[in-house]
Design a protein around this ligand. Structure first.
Ligand code: ARG
Length: 460
């Protein structure tokens, strides 16, 4: 029976691929976006083959020229992708043979799609990390700029979403800064583990050609070589790690968005979001909804889902490469795309939101935010903290009954709860006094926040 010529691997087959199998196994619909990395990897591989004498110089230039031409075709939208050729690798290779003939058939010497795809994915992920960390740096800068304008802006700090103690808005923004700073650090550390060259591992066992792995790694900007060919073609832990850090980052962004949504609601009314970043209701004309932070919060779920997919994908695979791994792509791509969009969006929101400082302040005046300060005052006058806590509890109960804030209670009244109380107590009960007193490292005092911002700028 006639051989089927259309598949690069068709030699041993005597039946055409079932149409369903062709569609089911094709990845080109989504892996075509790796083309740039695939071409770079192929050029590096061809140059290496010519260095070691497996390709002649003219074969190597024909290959390189052909690949550059293919890149132009793809960039220009005229390249014809075909699912018959399964994936990005075979589509490009087949076109290369079309374009340059014989030398094109030599490109795959000493390599396999298994080390090729691992290389493409690592290069792609590395680029994503670079774009992501740039976006993170921009947001971190926005946070510091915003914080700088609000080192002395008083707002309520919450625990259990109940007014707890007064803080400064700058301090709150620096809490977000710390979260995102760690996320960026995680991506930068992960980059080192991503940036390792699997090229040369071939299908699983390496190759019988005297390849120069250092050469290709250097060409492609890798900082090291994968040290075991079986591991290099099969593990996707770099993708899992990327998705885990993306999940952590989204979890942080989701928390911020939860606050932004609350702050934007009339119940809090702490911030105004720009019209351009909100949408309206199709029925209620008065609505201006914080959809963008809601969507960031919502998209967190799909990224957690992608992480879970990648973990499950790899957990039962024996060494070495298995086709299961083709399923890593959509989860990884979606993770990066979603994260990039969410980072862009949150950066814009932070840069453009305007805090309503009066509302923040009046909210902080409610809820006995300085009760801890009264207890601390008593402690400084010699009362043990537990007793002080109980005394202030009674003061709060009295204030609740009379419908007063603590500082509105008469001195003589306060003295009935403890005879160590003097007129200077009122200094401790102001919002400004409360935040100013918390001036140790990590505290909310304006002067501390100001110096934390300076340190943060250096850390950036
Ligand atoms: N499209 C494949 C993937 O994403 C490329 C590697 C194919 N290797 C193979 N032995 N079929 O994993």
């Amino acid at each position: 029976m006639a051989k089927i010529p259309s598949k690069p691997w068709g030699g041993r087959f005597s039946e055409p691929t079932n149409k369903f199998v062709e569609r089911f196994s094709a990845s080109v619909d989504f892996d075509h976006r790796l083309y740039e990395y695939d071409i770079l990897g192929s050029i590096a591989h061809a140059e290496m083959l010519s260095q070691i004498g497996v390709l002649t110089d003219s074969e190597c230039s024909a290959i390189t020229d052909g690949l550059n031409k293919i890149r132009e075709e793809i960039d220009g939208g005229v390249f014809e992708w075909s699912i018959v050729l399964e994936d990005v690798h075979m589509n490009i290779e087949a076109r290369l043979v079309d374009l340059i003939g014989e030398p094109g058939k030599k490109l795959h010497t000493g390599r396999s799609r298994n080390d090729q795809i691992a290389t493409d994915m690592r290069l792609w992920t590395r680029d994503q990390i670079d774009q992501i960390t740039i976006k993170q740096t921009v947001i971190l800068g926005h946070l510091l700029d915003k914080a700088e304008g609000h080192v002395g802006t008083i707002m309520p700090g919450f625990t259990h979403l109940q007014v707890a103690q007064p803080i400064t808005f700058g301090h709150h923004l620096l809490a977000w800064f710390e979260m995102l700073y760690r996320d960026r650090e995680r991506f930068l550390e992960c980059r080192h583990r991503v940036n390792i060259s699997p090229l040369g591992s071939a299908a699983l066992a390496g190759t019988s050609f005297p390849i120069d792995r250092e050469f290709t790694a250097k060409k492609l900007g890798f900082e090291g070589l994968a040290l075991n060919s079986l591991d290099a073609v099969s593990d996707r832990d770099f993708a899992i790690e990327f998705a885990a850090i993306a999940s952590m980052t989204l979890s942080h962004l989701s928390r911020w968005c939860e606050e932004l949504v609350a702050w934007n609601s009339p119940a809090f009314d702490f911030i105004e979001l720009p019209d351009s970043f909100c949408t309206g209701s199709s029925i209620m004309p008065q609505k201006k909804n914080p959809d963008v932070p809601e969507l960031i919060r919502g998209k967190t779920g799909r990224v957690f889902g992608n992480l879970s997919s990648l973990l499950v994908l790899t957990k039962s695979q024996p060494l070495a490469y298995n086709r299961d791994n083709q399923e890593d792509k959509e989860a990884l791509f979606d993770t990066a795309d979603t994260l990039q969009d969410c980072l862009f969006a949150i950066g814009e929101i932070i840069a453009t939101m305007s805090p309503r400082v009066d509302n923040m302040r009046s909210f902080a005046e409610k809820g006995f935010a300085t009760a801890t300060d009264l207890a601390d005052y008593l402690v400084r006058k010699g009362v043990p903290f537990r007793d002080a806590h109980a005394i202030v509890g009674h003061v709060v109960a009295e204030a609740l009954e009379k419908g007063l804030a603590i500082h509105e209670i008469e001195l003589t009244q306060l003295q009935q709860f403890s005879d160590v109380i003097d007129a200077d107590v009122f200094d401790s009960l102001t919002l400004e006094g409360s935040v100013a007193a918390r001036k140790h490292l990590g505290g909310t005092a304006p002067e501390t926040v100001r110096s934390a911002i300076q340190t943060a700028r250096k850390r950036l």
